[in-house]
Design a protein around this ligand. Structure first.
Ligand code: HEM
Length: 396
């Protein structure tokens, strides 16, 4: 067993997230529930994470976005209440189970095609073959766009994430690389702007046309509609890709657990929740204090950056006995991986549907699989997104 070093860390980058992420979260939790770090405070316990995320006006996300140049503000995420509440009220009905459920048949057929394409090969690169393409296709289906645009969307999303990582000094790009990424994100803006123009003048049968058709006080301008579209691309692709990749890695490394899903597919919804609990793809949510506050009894001045760490909050033993183990039979699983409070994820029903479909169809077709021997599959933590670079799988 790997030994656990409880020495203090001052940056998340000092933790072994890439190689042994469970150990990383154990070490972070061991430092306390409000931990001073080089860039602000890390909040690790379920209690303090709840405390902060439930008070969006004292712990502002808008101030976090205002501190970085992002072009068009993401709607609704980059706002605090009451603006955010208003945008959210307008958008919420389009992401309800009633609106998402009818997509299931089309999405399932697409997932089956992707899985059938690798099944006969005996091996695949799960991130590139399944976990990357499927969420992009799902979003295109939701927006009523051609699936042929899939790889362009994936490239645009990657370029936007790499640019923010570059701006934060996490992933320095060369001048040429940066120029190429800027060009890609501008191409995404151009595509979405044109899409909004077309759908406004000639509506089709998709949620974007419906959102654009709203009249009266709730009408969204073209710029606001662009903020919504950018939000969906940036929030809806990488998260599901990462959740599927990290979850399948855990399953591939735990054959007894994957066998449970083969033997009893009705466990898949519980498995989705448990895998999300263990690997929140957005591992920490940043906020800035708007006034002097107390967090977990500690005084914290106004203007402090605090990061609510979901992967440590999700391992609270009082809520999840044997919190570091995978257990598809937990009676309740109120994990925080979709956030909580005012900004709780709007895409939960779509994300859960996508994950359920992939786990069901994969285990139905490829019941036994393992991580390809001798391959390195490290986790990557880039701009608050936790995922895998690659996941090479082998099957009989
Ligand atoms: C497993 C997949 C997903 C995870 C783990 C996830 C996680 C999250 C989290 C943690 C937040 C809150 C951020 C914060 O408070 O700072 C959030 C917000 C959001 N997510 Fe997701 N998400 C996922 C998939 C999706 C999908 C598929 C969509 C839509 C296509 C989506 C749309 C949104 C939107 C619009 C918000 C902003 C809500 C607001 O500010 O009111 N998400 N998500």
């Amino acid at each position: 067993m790997t030994s656990v070093d409880h020495g203090t860390v001052s940056r998340i980058a000092d933790l072994p997230v890439a190689e042994r992420r469970d150990e990383a979260w154990r070490r972070l939790s061991a430092q306390g529930e409000v931990v001073p770090m080089a860039d602000g405070l890390a909040l690790t316990s379920l209690a303090v994470v709840k405390e902060v995320l439930r008070e969006p006006n004292r712990f502002s996300i808008k101030k976090v976005f205002d501190a970085v140049e992002t072009g068009y503000p993401l709607i609704p995420l980059a706002f605090d209440p009451p603006e955010q509440t208003n945008y959210r009220r307008i958008l919420m009905p389009f992401f309800s189970p009633r609106r998402i459920r009818p997509l299931e048949e089309a999405l399932r057929a697409q997932a089956i095609d992707l899985i059938e394409a690798v099944k006969g090969r005996g091996s695949c690169e799960f991130v590139a073959d399944i976990a990357g393409p499927f969420p992009a296709q799902s979003l295109l289906t939701l927006l009523g766009l051609p699936l042929d645009d899939r790889d362009r969307f994936i490239g645009w999303k990657d370029a936007a994430l790499e640019l923010t990582a570059d701006a934060a000094g996490e992933l320095p790009l060369t001048t040429e690389e940066r120029a190429a990424k800027v060009e890609q994100t501008m191409a995404m803006g151009g595509y979405l702007t044109e899409l909004i123009r077309t759908r406004r003048s000639s509506p089709e049968d998709d949620i974007l046309s419906e959102i654009l058709a709203i009249e009266g006080d709730d009408r969204l301008s073209d710029d606001e509609a662009l903020g919504v579209c950018l939000m969906l691309v940036l929030a809806g692709l990488e998260t599901v890709t990462d959740a599927l990749s990290l979850g399948m890695e855990r399953l591939a490394a735990s054959p007894e657990r994957s066998q449970e899903l083969v033997d009893d597919p009705s466990l898949v919804p519980a498995a989705v929740e448990e895998l999300l609990r263990l690997d929140a793809p957005a591992p920490f949510l940043p906020r800035i204090t708007t006034e002097d506050v107390e967090i977990g009894g500690c005084p914290v001045p106004a203007g402090t950056l605090v990061n609510a760490h979901l992967n440590t909050a999700n391992r609270d033993e009082a809520c999840w006995p044997h919190a570091y183990e995978i257990d598809f039979h937990r009676q309740e699983n109120p994990h925080t991986s979709f956030g909580l409070g005012a900004h709780r994820c709007l895409g939960t029903h779509l994300a859960r549907l996508e994950m359920r479909i992939v786990l069901e169809e994969w285990h139905r077709r490829i019941p036994r699989y393992a991580i390809a021997e001798g391959t390195a599959h490290r986790a990557k933590l880039v701009r608050a997104n936790l995922g895998l670079e690659s996941l090479p799988l082998e099957f009989g």
